[in-house]
Design a binder for this molecule. Structure first.
Ligand code: MLT
Length: 264
């Protein structure tokens, strides 16, 4: 891991691989770059992998208050500058990382070669969902990260995954619970305030792959199908035996789809 000064903050970032396209892997909430382990291991021989911890997560600095999706996208743009990545990148975002990806497209599209949207959404939170996020932010600050993991964990996996892969479930729970309360709360506030980006989708004129776990209960297959339909010529894969965290539940299918998309 490197620690890179990016504007007013310092981000931790894993970089590896020496050839191929730059592949920027953007994690979800409340996780860190290690959620991409199976993709890092697979793509390191084919791509230059860049897997940061977003502001407030993993080894990156925490900015208390509200961290917007736009701020995280600006951080990524500045990070690429600091790493001297001059080529366009393939940006691959999981869930919150996908929300950041839409903002990256909005503000920094000249840096985008292609997009991969994994188990993510384009709509904003309903008033009720936003209120729930803000309650979560307050309880995390009062009680610690378990107040977030107890809300998020039941929605992460396909029903079968909970039954058959307790070790994987435990690892993800531990990942959530090692994040800082201030980092989780600031991102939760940013999630609550994020904008609806459905109007942005038809402007995406780079190759795009949409990936969804067949049992995703947060960003459902129907909702992601609408995202794919709104993006010109988007490619689509729905992943069996997987829920919201398809990238860890069925990495073989996800990696193969991404590999084919970027034609290794
Ligand atoms: C994530 O995986 O990043 C979260 O589920 C995003 C969300 O709660 O909207």
């Amino acid at each position: 891991m490197k620690h890179v000064q990016v504007g007013n903050t310092k981000l931790a970032v894993y970089t590896g691989g020496e050839q191929g396209y730059p592949l920027l892997l953007v994690h979800g909430f409340p996780l860190d770059h290690t959620i991409w382990r199976a993709q890092i291991d697979f793509f390191i021989d084919h791509c230059r992998v860049i897997a940061p911890d977003l502001r407030g997560f993993g080894g990156s600095d925490v900015t208390p208050g509200v961290v917007s999706m736009e701020q995280m996208a600006d951080d990524l743009s500045n990070l690429l500058g600091a790493l001297d990545v001059r080529e366009k990148v393939i940006i691959c975002g999981l869930s919150m990382g996908g929300y950041v990806g839409w903002q990256f497209w909005k503000k920094h599209r000249h840096k985008v070669l292609a997009m991969i949207a994994c188990d993510t959404r384009a709509v904003a939170d309903s008033a009720e969902a936003a209120a729930g996020r803000r309650r979560m932010a307050a309880s995390v600050l009062a009680e610690g990260p378990a107040a977030a993991s107890s809300v998020m964990m039941p929605r992460m996996f396909a029903p079968d995954t909970y039954q058959t892969r307790p070790e994987l479930v435990r690892q993800v729970q531990e990942m959530m619970e090692r994040q800082t309360p201030a980092g989780i709360a600031a991102a939760a506030e940013g999630l609550a305030a994020r904008e609806d980006v459905r109007d942005l989708l038809p402007t995406i004129d780079v190759p795009t792959l949409v990936v969804v776990g067949q049992h995703d209960s947060i960003s459902t297959v129907d909702e992601m199908r609408k995202i794919a339909d709104a993006i010109p010529d988007a490619l689509w894969v729905d992943v069996p035996q997987a829920g919201h965290l398809a990238i860890v539940e069925n990495p073989a299918v996800v990696n193969e789809a991404i590999a084919e998309f970027i034609t290794l």
